[in-house]
Structure formats: structure tokens, C-alpha cells
Design a protein around this ligand. Sequence first.
Ligand code: 6GU
Length: 273
Amino acid sequence: MRLDVVTIFPEYLEPLNVSLVGKARTRGQLDVRVHDLRSWTHDRHNTVDDTPYGGGPGMVMKPEPWGEALDSVLASGEAEGLAAPVLVVPTPSGRPFTQELAVELAERPWLVFAPARYEGIDRRVIEEYGERLEVHEVSIGDYVLAGGEAAVLVITEAVARLLPGVLGNAESHRDDSFAPGAMADLLEGPVYTKPPEWRGRDIPEVLVSGHHGKIARWRRDEAFRRTSANRPDLIERCDPAALDKHDRKTLAELGWEELPGGGFGRRDRAVEE
Ligand code: 6GU
């Protein structure tokens, strides 16, 4: 997979040389090219921003450097025989970045990232490339960062670990939280390793029982427990058809009830307490 990143802070992308993504690069599984947006400016101050039309605080990234940068990056990939890339524009006003989108992006041979600083990029840039490319404006969460570069790191890591041969164990992402499959839409429960006792704390006995059925059941119960505590929204929209009798009992113990219209809701504890 080829990745191009156009940024005013190329050094912010240094972590792409480390760990999983760094290894994928040295193995030739990932071809990452980081470009300095300012190299497509023509004034003495390498200006990339200007005041917003209509007034208001902050600055807006000018369209001309982005246009030249993206044209140049697109031409270089085309010259190497690549078909049109997906353009990923990290922005707090984008659609939420999800595992589903990571899977979709991992299937594409070429991604171009256009992370904005300041108040964003002049809208006409998104419109212009939206006519030529598949463009995804994505947000990595409900908080505001100073720029999209950290989001590029997040998205790249989520995508790179899905590429064939990048993760050591091909099975490793099968039961990720949020991965489609058996544990779909449940958070993963706790994990343990040796020693069996640490600072007076034992591990759950079932994990050394050798009883695979009981272990799977325990893990699923713990996944429900953690999901109920940390992501009740995932329980609320879980599909009742995907649950067995034991799941329903576990959810009932965690304070959930099946609603008449399907789905689950918190049992009204005001009455009980
Ligand atoms: Cl992608 N960019 C910025 N600047 N802030 C964010 C974000 C992206 N996602 C969440 N907050």
C-alpha cells in the first residue's frame, strides 16, 4: 500500500518510522511518503494560511498550495501506474473514523492524507478533488486537536495492522473489539499472563481449568460486563438475535432488560433501590 501525507509539520509524522508501521515500511509492505506543504508555496514567507472570508477567529488554509501539492502527489502515483487514490481529510467535522472504515481503507492500494491545521482548508479544495477522487472527511473522536497530523498517525496504524502479513499472527485481529465476527460490538474483557500470583493477586481460576467452553463463556461474560460499564450505547443497539440464553441472563444481571420494540435498555433501578 502507498500512503502520501501532505503536511506543514513533516516531523510530526516521524512515528511512522517506529513499531508496526515502521516495520511494515522496512519490509516493503507500506510505501509512506511525507511531503511538506510549504514546498508548494511561492512567496518569501511560505504562506499557507489567510484570514477567513466573512470574518471570525483563526486562519484558513489557502487553496493554492493544496492544489499544487495534491496535483503533484497525484501525478507521481499515476506515473507509477497507480489508479486514483482515496483522499482522507482528517477534520473534527468529519464522519467518525471506525473499524469499518479502517477495513475499507485497508483494501485500497493508495491513500493520500491532507491533514489541516488552523480552522481548516478552503472548502473549494475538498470540492475540487471530490469531483476526481473518493474523499473521506474523518474525525477520530469528539474532542478538538490542533491539527489532523495525530489523526493521520491513528488512521495509518489502524489501517496498516490490517494489511496482509503486517501483524505477526494472522489471527490477531479476528476478535478485536469492534471487529466483525463472534465478539462483534463487544469490548474485549481483561487478559492475564504469568506469573499466576502477583502481589497477592491470583488470576481467575477458570483460565487454567483447561475447559475451553467455560473459558469462552467467561470471556464473553467479561466482555458484556466491560461493555455495559464503558460503552452502554453498544449494549443498547446490540442485536438480540445475536444473543444466546446465557447472554440474556448475563445482561439481566448487569441491569439490562429486553425492550418490547427489540434492543435493550437499562432496567429502572430507581424502583429497586
Ligand atoms: Cl481528524 N482533527 C482535528 N484537528 N481534531 C480532531 C480530529 C481531527 N478528530 C477529532 N478531533
